[in-house]
Design a protein around this ligand. Structure first.
Ligand SMILES: [Zn+2]
Length: 164
């Protein structure tokens, strides 16, 4: 497998599910129009898409407006697109020059990522894995994902969310 290309990111941003997302946080709006902006910046080459070498991680670098993609099958399934969209939220925050802490910036990306995932598949669930060693990084990540999903569902997002 090869890493996702500029075209894969543009395709992920064309997913109509993104137009059902409206997350307003302290003056920052994450919605379909924002994703169109990111898409336009990528098409114009103002945000450069670089093919990375990791199967698990993608990155957005605000310093040089570069999005580095992860590895995966093309066309990307929604659960691979969700990580590209996470990075595109970082890009959107950068485009808006919205200033916040690194942690809040990251949380907004995870919240959007999980909203997109649960709207894309009625069966999508993060479940608590109690067999992971207590206190381990894996256990903490597992608890984190479950908490984000609970939060996102609490905002009203589900497979049947229709948006505006
Ligand atoms: Zn991130």
């Amino acid at each position: 497998m090869a890493a996702y290309t500029k075209q894969d990111v543009i395709s992920a941003l064309a997913d109509p599910v993104l137009h059902r997302i409206t997350i307003l946080f302290d003056g920052l709006l994450i919605n379909g129009a924002g994703f169109v902006m990111v898409q336009n910046e990528i098409i114009a080459g103002n945000i450069e898409v670089v093919q990375g070498s990791s199967s698990a991680n993608a990155y957005y670098h605000s310093g040089d407006d570069t999005l580095t993609t992860q590895d995966g099958p093309s066309p990307a399934p929604y659960w691979k697109k969700s990580l590209l969209i996470h990075e595109c939220v970082h890009a959107l925050i950068d485009i808006y020059k919205y200033t916040t802490t690194g942690l809040t910036n990251e949380l907004l990306c995870y919240i959007t990522q999980v909203a997109y995932e649960i709207m894309s598949d009625s069966a999508y669930r993060y479940s608590l894995n109690t067999s992971l060693p207590a206190g381990s990084n894996d256990a903490k990540w597992n608890q984190f994902w479950v908490a984000i999903e609970n939060y996102v569902r609490g905002l009203g997002y589900s497979f049947s969310t229709t948006g505006e």
